[in-house]
Design a binder for this molecule. Structure first.
Ligand SMILES: *Cc1c(COP(=O)(O)O)cnc(C)c1O
Length: 221
């Protein structure tokens, strides 16, 4: 039954959930940016979201994003949220306004070669999951320093994916930890929260939520 809902309706629901979460902790809904995650989503469905007023989209593969960026209106703001190979930095910087997944000195070397800096967030691996990317919290001081010296990025904040837990409440300590790290570094932006848990992330201070399946339905595979 939920499959029959249009992207516009889903967008309204997500925006309502976001506003409720913000208001529940005395934040203004405008403080939180919704990034509509369009990986594996076909162009026509992205257009539906665009026509419903959405202007900020996220992709996790440079290759997949290129034709979408080229085929959609220029007033869209594109955010890169996937693993960024160093050899894709230049291409990514040409397609995306914000990179959420800074994590390695070799990426920074490539950013340094760019003519102009790109807004970026440092990805933090809070749960110390070895299979996941991101900087472990104990290495963040060092990497923050390195990234701050890189002329190719403007470090605006922190991003985390977090462990894949069934219960959104179980994510709260991770989101809280990212906020505390953000405060320590004086971050403007915190990118945290996905379809299942963005309410909790907003309560804990998210400025950017990355929402895919709640807007476009479950992804295949
Ligand atoms: C796919 C993805 C999302 C969106 O996930 P949903 O659960 O579909 O909302 C958010 N962040 C990242 C990094 C992703 O890869």
């Amino acid at each position: 039954m939920s499959q029959a809902r249009t992207v516009r309706e889903r967008l309204e629901d997500v925006r309502e959930r976001m506003a409720k979460a913000a208001e529940s902790v005395g934040r203004r809904p405008e403080e939180v940016l919704l990034i509509a995650v369009t990986k594996t989503v076909a162009l026509e469905r992205i257009v539906e979201a665009y026509q419903a007023g959405q202007r900020v989209f996220g992709e996790s593969r440079v290759q997949e994003a290129a034709p979408k960026v080229a085929g959609l209106p220029a007033d869209i703001e594109w955010h890169f949220i996937g693993k960024l190979q160093s050899n894709k930095v230049r291409k990514a910087a040409g397609l995306f306004q914000v990179i959420h997944t800074l994590e390695s000195p070799s990426q920074l070397k490539e950013f340094d070669k760019l003519p102009a800096p790109v807004d970026a967030l440092i990805e933090v691996n809070l749960a110390h999951e070895t299979q996941k990317s991101g900087v472990p919290p104990e290495s963040l001081d060092e990497f923050w320093e390195l990234a701050s010296q890189c002329k190719g990025v403007r470090v605006r904040g922190l991003m985390t994916i977090g462990p894949n837990l069934r219960d959104p409440e179980a994510m709260r300590p991770f989101f809280r930890e990212l906020r505390l790290l953000g405060e320590r570094f004086g971050c403007e932006w915190l990118s945290m929260g996905m379809s299942a848990d963005f309410d909790v992330a907003i309560q804990e201070g998210a400025t950017h939520v990355r929402v895919g399946s709640a807007l476009f339905g479950e992804r295949p595979g």
